[in-house]
Design a protein around this ligand. Structure first.
Ligand code: SF4
Length: 409
C-alpha cells in the first residue's frame, strides 16, 4: 500500500460523532456527516462521485483526504439451507468469516471481531487457530456492509442508481464469530454504535448482541459505552469443568462473571435478560446432573438459556450429544422455570455452524502449530482432553506480544 493511501482516513469505520468532527475540521457543516453515513451504510455507495447531493468541490476534497475502504471478500459460500458465509481478508493478511443465517423475516449475521482468538476454549475451532490481530472498526462493520449489500462489488452498488435504498438483509447481529469481542473493546464498541445508529444501520439494541466468554473488567465497563444485548458463553455449571472448557475461567470464575453480567443488565433502562449459551458435548457436560447443577447455579439469575449441540470439526475430540440427552437436559431446566431454546445447526456443509469458524489466521501465538503436532502424536478419543499450563494462553500473564491478552498492555 502506498503511503499516500495509508494516510487517507477510512470513512467506513467512523461513528457519527467522529464523522462530524472530521467535517468540522474540514470547515464543513456537521450535517454532511449524516449524508455521508447514509450513502455508505444505507445505500452501499463507496464511490464519492456517485454521491449526488454533495457538491463537486467537496467530493474532490474528500477524494484527496479520505476513502471508503471495505475489507476484501475473498469468497462467498452459499449453504444448502440458505445460509451464506463470507471469507474476508483483513489488513493483517488473515482471513475471518461472517455468516448470514436467514430465518423467515429475520436475517441474523454472525460477525467476527478478531483474526483468531487468544482464549483457546477447548471446543472451539477458532481457538485452535491461535491469534493474529484485532479487527478495526471498518473491518467489523464492513462485514455488515457486505451482508446487507448482498456481496455485490462496490462498483455494482447503488452508485448506478443513486438514491435507491436497498432492502435490508440483516435484521439482527450477533458478535459470535471469530474472536472474543470484549478483548477488542473500542473498535467493537464503535462498530456497535454504527449498527444502532439511525443514519447507518438503525438496528435496535435488542437485536444487537455481544457474546462474551466472561472478560470481567470489560463487562464491568460495558455500560459506559453501549446498551446492546449480552450473551454469556457459560458451557458448564461449575468452575472445575468450566476451567477445562473455557480457560479464561481460571482468571475470572463463574460467580465473578455472573455478578458482572448482573451489573450490566441492571444498568439498562429496559428489562432485558442475558442469554446463557451452553454448548453441549456428549459425556462432558450433558448429564442430567449438569442440568440440575445449572438450574441451581442460575436460580437467582434471570436469564434465557440457549443450548447448542456441539458441532464437530477435525480433531475436536468431542462429540455431539444424543437427542435424548438434549431433551432430558432441556426438560430439567424447563421444569426449573427457565426459558430454554435449542440452537438449530445451520450451514454445517460450509463449515459455518456455531463453533466451526476458522478463517485463515496468521497465528502469532504458534498455538495452531502445537495443536498440529499434538494431533500427529495422539488424537484424543472423545470427552475432555487433558490441559497443560502451556495450553492455557488465556491465563498466562504475558503473551508473545508482551502484553496481557486479557487485561491489555
Ligand atoms: S469460543 Fe469464543 S472466546 Fe472461546 S476460543 Fe472460540 S472465539 Fe475465542
Amino acid at each position: 500500500m502506498s503511503s499516500a493511501i495509508a494516510e487517507k482516513i477510512n470513512l467506513l469505520g467512523l461513528t457519527l460523532p467522529q464523522m462530524q468532527a472530521l467535517f468540522r475540521e474540514m470547515g464543513e457543516k456537521p450535517f454532511r456527516a449524516t449524508q455521508l453515513m447514509k450513502w455508505i451504510h444505507q445505500r452501499g455507495v463507496v464511490d464519492f462521485d456517485a454521491m449526488t447531493d454533495i457538491s463537486k468541490a467537496l467530493r474532490e476534497r474528500l477524494q484527496e483526504q479520505a476513502e471508503i475502504r471495505l475489507p476484501r471478500v475473498v469468497q462467498e459460500l452459499p449453504a444448502s439451507d440458505g445460509c451464506r458465509k463470507w471469507i474476508i481478508e483483513v489488513e493483517s493478511g488473515s482471513r475471518v468469516e461472517a455468516v448470514l443465517i436467514p430465518e423467515g423475516e429475520r436475517g441474523t449475521l454472525c460477525i467476527s471481531s478478531q483474526a483468531g482468538c487468544i482464549l483457546d476454549c477447548s471446543f472451539c475451532a477458532t481457538g485452535k487457530q491461535g491469534f493474529d490481530s484485532n479487527l478495526t472498526t471498518a473491518e467489523i462493520i464492513g462485514q455488515l456492509w457486505w451482508a446487507n449489500h448482498g456481496g455485490r462489488s462496490p462498483s455494482e452498488a447503488d452508485g448506478k442508481r443513486p438514491g435507491r435504498r436497498p432492502d435490508r438483509v440483516v435484521s439482527n447481529v450477533v458478535m459470535m464469530g471469530m474472536g472474543e469481542p470484549l478483548l477488542n473493546f473500542d473498535p467493537v464498541m464503535d462498530a456497535l454504535d454504527l449498527m444502532m445508529e439511525d443514519n447507518a444501520y438503525g438496528l435496535s439494541k435488542r437485536r444487537v448482541t455481544i457474546s462474551t466468554s466472561g472478560v470481567v473488567p470489560a463487562i464491568r465497563k460495558l455500560h459506559e459505552r453501549t446498551d446492546a444485548s449480552l450473551a454469556l458463553s457459560l458451557h458448564a455449571p461449575n468452575d472445575a469443568l468450566r476451567d477445562e472448557l473455557v480457560p479464561l475461567n481460571r482468571k475470572y470464575p463463574i460467580r465473578e462473571v455472573l455478578d458482572a453480567v448482573s451489573g450490566y443488565m441492571a444498568s439498562l433502562p429496559d428489562k432485558r435478560m442475558p442469554l446463557i449459551e451452553y454448548t453441549m458435548m456428549a459425556g462432558v457436560n450433558d448429564h442430567r446432573q449438569h442440568a440440575r447443577d445449572l438450574a441451581v447455579l442460575l436460580k437467582d439469575f434471570p436469564c434465557k438459556i440457549n443450548l447448542i449441540p456441539f458441532n464437530p470439526f477435525d480433531q475436536s475430540g468431542y462429540r455431539r450429544p444424543s437427542a435424548s440427552s438434549l431433551s432430558n437436559f432441556r426438560g430439567i431446566l424447563q421444569e426449573a422455570g427457565f426459558t430454554v431454546t435449542v440452537r438449530t445447526t445451520r450451514a454445517e456443509d460450509i463449515g459455518a455452524a456455531c463453533g466451526q469458524l476458522v478463517g485463515e489466521v496468521d497465528d502469532r501465538t504458534r498455538r495452531s502449530e502445537r495443536y498440529r503436532n499434538k494431533a500427529g502424536a495422539s488424537v484424543s478419543g472423545g470427552g475432555s482432553r487433558v490441559f497443560t499450563k502451556a495450553d492455557n494462553l488465556a491465563v498466562e500473564v504475558r503473551s508473545e506480544h508482551g502484553r496481557d491478552p486479557v487485561t491489555g498492555p
